[in-house]
Design a protein around this ligand. Structure first.
Ligand code: ADP
Ligand code: MG
Length: 621
């Protein structure tokens, strides 16, 4: 709640709206106890007094009634009717929308056609018809305004409910044996409530105006009772000769409606879940860099990640997802990065091209050098030119990286054309060739397929084709084979292996699968809690792991045909990256850990070819 208020008040206009509206609300709540004159007592001798005359701060109207008193009483009534109408419309409309959206099918059809019929009338006309049928009066105006706004809520909420009703958590509730009412109340309602509140906050102002409109026409509040609309209506005949009688209620309507709308917009923005996580701003085009300390000197590697530190700043918590990682690849080399889920592999990979979402991501130290040039702190334009052209990514989930509405050939063309000025006919031919390269059968026909027409393995291969489209120097593959079955996985690995040899492609291959690493990679780096704990040539690391963590990881892998043996799961869990222990992060799970492991910083020992971060390694380095 406090987070919501903080977010709301960061929006200056919403804060202004809240202040004005609160002032008005406090005034009208205090109206009965304020020393005001009776709003309905006429004194024709005092008619049309100017504002600031003795005893009448805002002057008097055509019957000599005190305008200040009438204004406050009128505002009280207008606000009460407008808010009541909004509550009624929201309750009935939302109930209709939820029922229609949840049950769907025929119920939905019948209900929504009824709502459509209501919507087909111009609604001010509809309100007039309703009041005409019921007779003039404030209560009937309230009913009319509520009724004409029901369809708005019904439509909005139905749309949201239809989307929610098909989601897994509703199915799960059904599987758990919950009844319809229970599902609607406990599963659906909490999810649509923010939308209802947003819809209400943006329509209350409108409903107050509509009520005032009906009163203005003489169909709402009846004399002598004042509301803002009837005050305007009565002042109409003296608009030119005594403008203050119209200006006073006019300004009040303006203040109320403006403040409610500003506040409503603010509430809508603050309740939007996408904006809630960080600040009231959308992610930047590149990761925020707040680099402290020295920038490491260039090396002659093709891509070198040097002492990289990436953190997530959420509120006053700091998540050290990547805490000083150094990795490098040369042309034609494949580096495997291995580690448990959450060890910081993806964040390291995304930091290279400034793709970590900011906020909350911040790169706080180190350098990433591509052909010697430091990419951290490079201009957006220089990063953009390299993204997908010199350094390409393959992501884990192919369906989410392909656009669902474009044919795959077109998407491949687009990947090329965003970096090179090549005519579409040529890029289409190249798209076919790329699909052939990644061994998609019948590539000529497949270029015209949409992503949903391809199998998971094919989509992943399209993702790889897209990464290859501009013949990059480096490919960073983040668990690209996790979603695939073993035969497809083997094909893709051999494809990457060929490319690495033929084109001199450098690959950083992120995975938690030792089998994949053994097959493809020249070197392995093992990550734990945001740091490299061991690095070395693949055979050396696999056959003689030096870090106890690596050893335990390898021991977890079952061996095909290796006979029965107890698989040693690693006890405990990795530490949370917002609360890393001093010393070795693995110490609490390590059976060799001594007191020294738990206190001081453990350095990476060894050289660039073979290194381990451990005081008591399994193998001497
Ligand atoms: P993996 O090694 O499985 O790819 P990641 O690199 O995705 O792990 O994540 C590393 C750590 O960073 C995890 O502990 C994760 O919880 C944390 N993290 C990732 N994204 C965010 C975020 N937006 N806000 C806070 N923490 C995050
Ligand atoms: Mg990951």
């Amino acid at each position: 709640m406090t987070a919501f208020l903080k977010l709301l008040f960061r929006n200056r206009l919403a804060a202004l709206g809240a202040v004005v509206l609160s002032a008005v609300l406090i005034l009208v709540l205090l109206t009965p106890v304020l020393p005001l004159q009776n709003p309905d007592i006429t004194a024709t001798a005092d008619r049309f007094q100017k504002p600031f005359t003795e005893g009448h701060l805002l002057g008097t109207d055509h019957l000599g009634r005190d305008l200040l008193s009438r204004l406050l009483h009128g505002t009280r009534l207008s606000l009460a009717v407008g808010i009541a109408a909004a509550l009624i419309a929201a309750t009935i409309g939302s109930a209709i929308g939820i029922v229609a959206g949840y049950f769907g099918g025929r119920a939905d059809n019948i209900i929504m056609r009824g709502v459509d019929m209501l919507m087909a009338f111009p609604y001010i006309l509809l309100a007039l018809v309703i009041v005409a049928a019921l007779g003039p009066g404030l209560m009937n105006a309230l009913i009319a305004v509520a009724a004409v706004n029901v369809p708005f809520f019904a439509r909005n909420i139905r749309g949201i409910t239809v989307g929610l009703a098909g989601r897994e958590f509703i199915d799960a509730a059904r599987l758990a044996g919950m009844g319809h009412i229970r599902i609607i109340l406990t599963e659906l309602l909490p999810n649509v409530l923010p939308v209802i509140i947003i819809a209400m906050s943006t329509t209350v102002g409108w409903m107050i105006l509509e009520t005032a409109g009906l009163s203005f026409l003489g169909l709402g509040s009846q004399p002598p009772q004042a509301d803002l609309g009837s005050m305007l209506g009565e002042a109409r005949s003296a608009l030119i000769s005594h403008p203050h009688t119209s200006v006073v209620p006019g300004i009040m309507i303006f203040l109320i409606v403006m403040s409610i709308n500003l506040l409503g917009d603010g509430v809508r923005d603050a309740l939007d879940p996408r904006l809630r996580s960080g600040a009231l701003s959308r992610p930047r085009a590149m990761t925020l860099v707040e680099r402290k300390g020295e920038v490491p000197a260039p090396t002659d590697d093709l891509l070198a990640i040097q002492d990289l530190q990436t953190q997530f700043h959420v509120g006053d918590r700091v998540y050290r997802a990547v805490g000083g990682v150094s990795l490098s690849v040369k042309a034609g080399e494949c580096l495997g990065v291995i580690g448990e889920s959450g060890s910081g592999k993806s964040v390291t990979a995304l930091s290279v091209m400034g793709l970590v979402a900011s906020p909350p991501g911040v790169i706080t130290g180190g350098a990433v050098r591509f052909q010697g040039e430091d990419l951290i702190g490079a201009s957006y334009e220089s990063l953009r030119q390299k993204r997908g052209d010199r350094v390409a990514y393959i992501f884990q989930d192919p369906l989410s990286t392909l656009h669902p509405l474009y044919r795959v050939g077109r998407q491949l063309s687009e990947a090329i054309q965003s970096h090179h000025d090549i005519p579409t006919a040529e890029t289409q031919a190249r798209a076919v060739q790329l699909l052939r390269d990644v061994r998609i059968p019948n590539a000529e026909a497949r270029v015209d397929n949409y992503p949903h027409e391809l199998s998971g393995g094919m989509r992943q291969r399209v993702g790889i084709a897209m990464a290859l489209a501009n013949e990059p120097d480096v490919i960073i593959a983040d668990e690209p084979t996790t979603a695939l079955d073993v035969t497809v996985q083997a094909q893709i690995l051999s494809l990457l292996d060929d490319l690495q040899r033929e084109r001199g492609l450098a690959i950083i291959f992120i995975t938690h699968d030792f089998g994949v690493v053994a097959q493809l990679c020249d070197r392995i780096a093992v990550m734990y809690a945001g740091r490299i704990v061991e690095e070395g040539p693949t055979p050396s690391v696999l056959e003689a792991p030096a870090h106890p963590y690596t050893k335990r990881l390898i021991a977890c892998v079952p061996e095909l045909g290796g006979g029965q043996r107890a698989l040693a799961a690693i006890p405990g869990l990795p530490p949370l990256v917002d609360d890393l222990p001093p010393g070795c992060a693995f110490a609490s799970r390590c059976e060799k850990a001594q007191e020294t492991c738990r206190t001081g910083e453990v350095m990476l020992k060894g050289d660039a070819s073979r290194a381990v971060r451990c005081h008591y390694p399994e193998e001497a380095i």
